[in-house]
Design a protein around this ligand. Sequence first.
Ligand SMILES: [Ca+2]
Length: 243
Amino acid sequence: MMRHLISIMAIAGLNSCGSHSTRRESVAQSKDRFCKLSIVVGSSVRPELVPPGPGAGKWNSEPKTMDNIILAKMAPGYLQQPSTIQQYGEEAAGTFNHYFDNNGLDYKVNPAKLIHDVPRIKSLFDDCQQLVTETARGLQDGHYPFTTAKAPVDVVKREESKNWYLAVNGFSYYVTGEIDVSSSGEVKISGLWHLWDFYDWDPGVKVPIDTPMGTIKVDQDRIGQLHRQGLAKEFATVGSVVF
Ligand SMILES: [Ca+2]
């Protein structure tokens, strides 16, 4: 799925390389590409990360119900079974299990595995890498940190990977790193491609989940109740891969 986009490279506030330090310059690129990032050179401040949906609501704001108390007690044992992990996938079972850890701490995933599992995300990753390379080639010699202005959202579809669909579905991505351009024009890039997702359950959205009895549609609000009742807690899923 190719998308039109205009990516704008803003060179702002360069602070590291003498005569370039006051130069401000922008280069507009218009091209079909997967990667929707706008590379910002001269800054290492990561973009603001915002959950795409409203989430379930306020944690521990509703009285606990007996059915949910039992569900929260039983779920981790089921989600940690090897057969469950095999059926749903490591990340799908792992993130859901972490929801029941009820501590709100970040959950780490390996985006290299996502890139391996979903060819379209590999194209996205490759294109982001290419965008940084093109950006670097337009720079004069010096040392430059880089980041991105915003963290766009991409979505793993169910038909692409049931595991990643259940684990992250929609997620944000951005890049950070450093570019070195030598006086002879040699370019070295040390970059990280980051995935960020808020694992939340939006009311009114139904998720198809395969069970031994066939595919059932689970209302996300049913699962979000556990968060509102303080029996599970939403969290951020994070991961980085080098390029
Ligand atoms: Ca998501």
